[in-house]
Write a protein that binds this ligand. Structure first.
Ligand code: KIV
Ligand code: ZN
Length: 389
């Protein structure tokens, strides 16, 4: 039996911190319901102390979601913890996620606190949050640039105070997969009470490594990934949910765990988040981009028509697409062309006729980006009209 890999979605909190991606209360409810259908384990619905609107949104999501845990973010301050606790009152399963920065840079320049004071705040915050729920998550912000010895000290203290999920954020996307994985392994081995908590990771994508770092952490013992739909999030974004989930599902030969995600709901969630935020999904985006399961080159089309596995490592249907897509363009071969023509009911009396239309198609594809079914129909009519002449 494999371990469970917990999926913690932060589209509505970190994702919303993307400039221009703010969401209304009703939009958050729609996204929350879609995430629940996706079977996300934890939904971080917002940061209740950030604004009265965000408080209301978290409260509204907490009231409608029944299966997933609903989480609210709070700095390690009494007033933030109380706002989060208040907003989550109606939740079937509530989690408070509290954080404080632990890197020397953040402690000295931003917080202007000593390491001992930071530990004191963290422990106090976790204890206060426990007045509202037993499900407490703690994050040492900027852990990717924090000293390992200090991380061990603060994490041991918050476990003793009652934190049950320890989230290690690579806040500025500075880590490299092998090194980040080693940090997770070292923390689990070195913290004496680490068996009382689940280790989680939260990776940003500043160097394009958020998914790679998250997966490396999982290979080294992390059992929760924090991620967002379409990789939305501060600056270059967070680890993309669809990518981490499908990497783990597709490569079960290398992972000792799996998620409970219903992957067939992935595309719907991606489209919903894109339409609500107005952030388009790039065509070549893994899993959810329009070209993710499209084949244009002749060699690939020919291979896929003979056996899909030649050029597909996942089934398009498994992530919500109706089917893979053969795109006819200048790289397409005669086989794919013929197969599409047959699907359209355009049959040829002879091989010569087929060759003639195929040649016309290649000439058109050199001039035109997208070849639509109407273009193919027009080619056939044009060829038969000239033959009659
Ligand atoms: O990136 C970060 O450090 C965060 C924390 C609040 C977990 O978003
Ligand atoms: Zn973040």
């Amino acid at each position: 039996m494999k371990d469970k890999l917990i999926i913690f979605d932060t589209t509505m909190r970190d994702g919303e911190q993307s400039p221009g991606a703010s969401m209304t209360r009703d939009e958050k409810i729609r996204i929350g319901r879609a995430l629940e259908r996706l079977r996300v384990d934890v939904i971080e619905a917002g940061f209740p102390a950030a604004s009265p609107g965000d408080f209301e949104s978290v409260q509204a999501v907490a009231n409608v979601i029944k299966d997933s845990t609903v989480c609210g973010l709070a700095r390690a301050l009494d007033k933030d913890i109380d706002r989060a606790g208040e907003a989550l009152k109606g939740a079937s399963h509530a989690r408070i996620h509290t954080f404080i920065a632990t890197s020397p840079l953040h402690m000295q320049k931003k917080l202007q606190m000593t390491p001992d004071q930071v530990i004191e705040y963290a422990v106090r915050a976790v204890k206060r949050a426990r007045q509202y729920t037993d499900d407490i998550e703690f994050s040492p912000e900027d852990a990717g640039r924090s000293e390992e010895d200090f991380l061990c000290r603060i994490l041991e203290a918050v476990i003793d105070a009652g934190a049950r999920t320890l989230n290690i954020p690579d806040t500025v996307g500075y880590s490299i997969p092998q090194q980040f994985g080693a940090t997770i392994k070292n923390l689990i081995e070195r913290i004496p009470n680490s068996d009382k908590a689940i280790f989680s990771v939260h990776c940003h994508n500043d160097l394009g490594l958020a998914v790679a770092n998250s997966l490396s952490a999982v290979m080294n013992g992390a059992r929760q990934i924090e991620c967002t739909i379409n990789g939305l999030g501060e600056r270059a974004g967070n680890a993309s949910l669809e990518e981490v989930v499908m990497a783990v599902r597709t490569r079960q030969d290398v992972f000792a765990c799996d998620t409970g995600i219903d992957t067939r709901e992935i595309l719907t969630c991606s489209k919903l988040v894109s339409s609500i935020t107005g952030f388009p999904v790039q065509p070549n985006k893994a899993i959810v981009g329009a070209n993710a399961f499209a084949h244009e080159s002749g060699i690939h089309q020919d291979g896929v028509l003979k056996n899909r596995e030649t050029y597909e490592i996942m089934r398009a249907e498994d992530v919500g697409w109706t089917a893979n897509r053969m795109v006819l363009g200048k790289h397409s071969g005669r086989n794919a062309f013929k197969s599409r023509m047959t699907e359209l009911g355009l049959v040829f009396d002879s091989e010569e006729e087929l060759n003639d239309v195929f040649m016309r198609f290649k000439q058109l594809a050199d001039k035109k980006h997208d070849i639509f079914d109407e273009d193919l129909q027009a080619l056939v009519s044009e060829a038969s009209f000239e033959a009659e002449d």
